[in-house]
Design a protein around this ligand. Structure first.
Ligand code: ZN
Ligand code: FE
Ligand code: FE
Ligand code: FE
Length: 205
């Protein structure tokens, strides 16, 4: 039983499961348990890559938005995301698996959609509303990833790893809910501005 915890500074995030090793690089000819481990490992790497992409994208989003609460939400979620990256790194160390896998193409695409919005919309409430939608798609992707990671860790008997991943899952759910709350104000503001333009257009036609 491996119980070494040296190097883990946060006592609440100690990972003390038995050492886990993924031995081969394909799923062919493997036992169910081995292929599930492989799927778990690849999902961890995909999610790690996605989180690293987000640490670069979130500052761009914070800079692009008008609403102060939204800006603060992006800044706070950046700090959380950096922490989430570190949690994943601890898991890779503990399970002795490689950090780097294939790039997460879904996150590349989701971030590109945000960047298009930044370019194509004028600064203001409508742009903020569009960016919130794009960001909620990101959070939902992460919720799906971490939800599955927690389940797989459970099945594989990695209870402490599952607990660590669960913490991130909760942060992603909270981030999504906060965006929903902020969207109520931002959408109202965007609607108000749009209807002023409409009223003006109606008045002169
Ligand atoms: Zn402004
Ligand atoms: Fe995240
Ligand atoms: Fe992915
Ligand atoms: Fe997130």
């Amino acid at each position: 039983m491996a119980t070494k915890t040296t190097g883990y500074t946060e006592s609440t995030e100690k990972i003390s499961d038995n050492v886990y090793r993924a031995k081969e690089s394909t799923n062919k000819g493997k036992s169910g348990k081995e292929s599930l481990k492989k799927i778990f490992e690849e999902l961890l790497q995909d999610t790690y890559n996605a989180e690293k992409q987000l640490t670069k994208a979130l500052p761009e989003l914070a800079k692009a938005v008008d609403n102060d609460e939204l800006q603060e939400a992006y800044e706070n979620h950046l700090k959380e995301t950096e922490k989430q990256v570190q949690r994943l790194e601890k898991i890779f160390d503990r399970l002795k698996i490689q950090k780097e896998g294939k790039p997460c193409k879904a996150m590349e695409g989701l971030i590109k959609e945000s960047q298009e919005i930044i370019k194509e919309h004028e600064h203001g409430a409508s742009k903020d509303a569009a960016l919130i939608i794009a960001s909620q798609k990101v959070e939902h992707y992460e919720i799906a990833a971490y939800g599955s990671l927690v389940e797989l860790a459970d099945v594989l008997g990695l209870d402490n790893v599952a607990d660590v991943l669960e913490r991130t899952l909760e942060e992603e759910k909270n981030a999504d809910e906060l965006l929903s709350d902020i969207a109520q104000d931002v959408n109202d503001e965007a609607y108000g501005q749009a209807s002023e333009v409409e009223q003006y257009a109606n008045g002169i036609s």
